[in-house]
Design a protein around this ligand. Sequence first.
Ligand SMILES: [Zn+2]
Length: 303
Amino acid sequence: MASNQDKKSGLMSHAIARLYKQRLEEVERELLLAQQPEPPTVDDAAPLSESEEENTTDASSGEDTDVEDIQVEVEMPDHPYGDLSCEDGLRMWALQTGQTHRSLNLLLGHLRHHFPQTKLPRDARTLMNTPASRAPETALTPIAGGQLWYQGVEKCLLSYFRDCQPTQEGFELNIFVDGLPLYKSSRTQFWPILMQAHNVPHTPVMTVAIFCGESNPLFVKEFLQPFVDEMNRLYVTGLTIKSRSYWVEARAIIADAPARAFIKGVKSHNAYSACMKCTIVGELDGHRMYFRYAEQCPLASKP
Ligand SMILES: [Zn+2]
């Protein structure tokens, strides 16, 4: 279990590192673009791309010096962050150079001391707009087969409607459940619970919960229980947004055949007793399951 968790936190940090790198590349691209309009004094390195190409065809040593030239050029201008405000420039610099929160906090403290008029934030998280997060451990619940991150219907709706008041009387929710592999090379899979308010046009699909594990959740009850409990609670008490009360109802649960069989706790679509409506039993022909629909089958009893 511990190794499982390690692996997962490893995955998370990979994803974060990837996002971080992407952002960094964007920032650098923006910077390069911002600097292009004012070509500096016509040096040997002025037409960047051309000289680079020429040099790569030469020797590798030539390429190195050229790369250095470019970097020097990027770092040297008097106003590296153009017209950005002091705070935005600082944020850009922190992203570009990969500053830690600790070093940023020290710098912010120093700057605030010497330049109180700049009104810089006290904390690196404020400067970098780091979303306030609860400790991830509290949001992740280990369940059989993996971990469940449960955000909740109420939280999704409250977060989406934090700046505006919905005009509807309530919310008719479409619920989606599906299992999807994360990688081709591993068995890690996601089982998200998504929802969308059917009667409120233009609302996005929101993520209620995500299960992540090496298999599907072993017990459907563990997977669905928090969601079922919350929906039951909301059905009874309603949801309050800015002191106005709204009813909440599930309109439909939308899932493909395997996910549907899983959340209903019945046989999978390729099993002998796969039909959810009648008691027909299939026959196996090689790898193929088929059902003789000619005969009349008694209907399945309702669960
Ligand atoms: Zn049937």
